[in-house]
Ligand binder design. Sequence first.
Ligand code: TYM
Length: 377
Amino acid sequence: MSENINAGNPRRRDGKKVVLSGIRATGNLHLGNYFGALSKFVRMQDDYDCRYFVADLHALTTHPDPKMLHENVKDILAEYLAAGLDPEKNTIYVQSDVPEISEMYLLMNMHVGIGELMRTASFKDKARKALGISTGPSNGQEGSVENEADDEGIEKQIIGNQTNQRVNAGLLTYPTLMAVDILIHHADFVPVGKDQEQHLELTRRFARRFNSFYKTPYFGEPVNFNFGGHAVKVPGLDGSGKMGKSEGNCIYLIDDEKTLRKKVMRAVTDEGPKEPNSPVSEPINNLFTLMELVSTPDTLEHFRNAYADCSIRYGDLKKQLAEDILKITLPIRERILDIRNNDEYLSRVVRQGAERAREAASQTLREVREIMGIRKF
Ligand code: TYM
């Protein structure tokens, strides 16, 4: 990975590297959000200059009920704080409170091709959903940025669509807005789950393109951060794929004990190993993956061995898994309930956060305008 060329980044506080990440305001946080992103946010807060935001503008791409959007923003904020983010150590803000982002999004779009956006796998998936097209997934977000081979017809279908369903331009330019979120802070690290790595790759591409167009090494190239490990993909409990809000297979941080136990006990399994050292099927592997995140190595080893010698009882595995998830989520749940209705506190946190974020953002915007030739009389 290339080192951030903006080594003397004046926006760093106390000379610390800048961390930037956000989560869309589309509902409560689940274990995917927690292990893919939020737990990393918390672990990074002492060593870096961290800025974490609630992506409410990104949430608009899927047309939330206007009455709900603000509630969703408050949910995420409360969950950030309940998980352990300290508003004194971090800059915590709401994306729409920083209008510089919207202006820079307009400017950055001048350097982004509609072709490359249309070929982005995540766009194709969302466009397909918006148009009600059910042809197989574009292999989601884990391949290369552009995924042309599997469904090259989607662009034609979008342009030629005769129904009143449309794919909004905000969905198309989603990666531009995300790149701006990151570049406006000159972030060094962007802790995200595996499904967001393509967007990060596009961010680096846009940064390089801007630098080369204006012949200035202005932006660095931000990278994911995983404490030396791999990006995480938290699976769902329904046997395949990742945990996600739209997949309807989530365990939420806010789930009460009974709900959570019920969800885990209902997780899809198989008929069990018939002979020693059988290969592990996807649903069972998913349970092991979850266990790897929440249980001790000894516990995991115990159940893996039990699988290998065919003595495993899935009921025991699930009970243990539920227990270990609850150890993490219940204390967070209690704090969420505490913080969620404290409007005064939440608004103090985001006002302070917006002020700090705007300081960095306005400097970048001023410089970007200057580089692009926009001058004041
Ligand atoms: P969003 O809101 O879909 O998800 C928020 C974070 O949770 C991670 N995540 C997962 N990680 C592992 N396994 C899963 N099953 C799983 N599900 C979700 C995501 O990878 C992400 O880190 N575009 C972003 C929001 C965003 C952003 C940004 C992020 C907007 N601007 C700038 C970083 C920097 C998104 O939709 O994430």
